[in-house]
Design a protein. Structure first.
Length: 367
């Protein structure tokens, strides 16, 4: 019998937890998940899966985002077959607003060209405000029935539970042994997946690497209501950084900030959240009837050109990394996690990692 391959996953956010789940379906692997919880972007995320309106010119990014949105169907179906509840994902629809609503027609036509390769978009239409009685502050909007919302914290918890692997809490130190194996916290591993988001630099620095990944602070507020059927409401995306994201069971998330000068700071900044709240009330006056609210703060990972990357680190054989997912981590993260598993298992995946080259962002320091 072949010896089991020992694999470490560092980071149990969206990428690491998806990788753990799909590795649990492989034969002859023994997997350990390491996670230092504070600041994790996924736990602080109310995700919107709706990449089809993006005007980003980066074709490789759009391919990843489009396939990432599609991949949720496979992921939820796999989890349901394993007996897990997948209500963390719901295609409740998305509503897009523009300050100049004359721009909606062009955006509608643009999205229409993407319907063929992304039938998941569902019904695409321009609606009048009176068709969305709970929302105000606009005349017309662009609607896509296939847009979805995702509760990041529930999704990752479900994936880790479904994987059956234990999660070891705490910080890790990675060191390289001389036979292309690695040591993490006194355990030896054949292969390592570093899915530690904004902390990738701190993890690889001791091995002599410079990493082009910076932290971005994101804050959001969850509002709780009684007697309001929030589960039936679509996600509202006004122009700018505000999003209003309703979940079933009387919760509506409002966020999120994108703060580039705060490092890894996790303190709640009332002024930022109150600014988002005031803007949100323009579109959703019922926000003032919330019974209570609470905050979440997390740290996103960004590269200097805003592009994500994943793959094997050329100078560190058997070490696979992903980072730089930015604000679209819940859209692209599951697909990246699955593709990392394919790489670890020496299979080709749905993405070509050379389109998202690690070498551009992870460089050996000049000796």
């Amino acid at each position: 019998m072949e010896l089991e391959m020992k694999i470490a996953i560092v980071g149990a956010g969206i990428v690491g937890s998806t990788a753990a789940y799909y590795l649990s379906k492989e034969k002859d692997v023994e997997v350990t998940v390491f996670d230092h919880g504070p600041g994790q972007a996924t736990k602080a995320a109310a995700g919107i899966i709706s990449p089809w309106f993006s005007k980003r010119r980066n074709k490789a990014w759009y391919r990843m985002a489009r396939l990432g949105a599609d991949f949720y169907q496979e992921l939820t179906s796999n989890l349901e077959n394993d007996g897990y509840d997948t209500s963390f994902y719901d295609q409740s629809g998305v509503v897009l607003l523009k300050k100049d609503d004359g721009k909606l027609d062009g955006l509608y036509q643009y999205a229409e060209t993407r319907l063929e390769e992304s039938p998941i978009i569902g019904e695409l239409s321009i609606k009048n405000a009176d068709e969305l009685p709970k929302f105000t502050g606009f005349d017309r909007c662009l609607y896509a029935s296939g847009g979805a919302r995702v509760e990041g914290a529930e999704l990752t918890a479900t994936l880790i539970e479904a994987s059956g692997f234990e999660k070891l809490e705490g910080l890790v130190t990675l060191s390289s042994l001389n036979n292309e194996t690695y040591e993490i916290n006194a355990q030896t591993f054949d292969k390592v997946i570093l899915a530690c988001g904004a902390w990738l630099g701190q993890t690889l620095e001791p091995l002599g690497f410079e990493v082009d990944v910076r932290p971005q602070k994101g804050q959001l507020r969850d509002y709780f209501f009684e007697g309001l059927d929030t589960g039936k409401l679509p996600v509202l995306m006004p122009e700018g950084e505000l999003d209003i994201i309703p979940f079933a069971g009387g919760k509506i998330s409002v966020g999120a900030s994108h703060e580039n000068d705060k490092g890894f700071d996790l303190t709640v900044d009332e002024a930022v959240l109150e600014g988002l709240e005031e803007e949100a009330k323009i579109y959703f006056p019922d926000l003032s009837t919330a019974k209570s609210f609470s905050e979440r703060v997390g740290t996103r990972a960004y590269t200097s050109d805003f592009s994500p990357f994943f793959g094997e680190v050329p100078e560190l054989k058997n070490v696979f990394v992903a980072s730089g997912l930015g604000s679209s981590g819940l859209t692209t993260g599951p697909l990246i996690g699955k593709n990392l598993v394919d790489l670890v298992m020496n299979r080709s995946g749905s993405l070509d990692s050379t389109d998202y080259p690690v070498t551009q962002y992870v460089k050996k320091k000049d000796q």
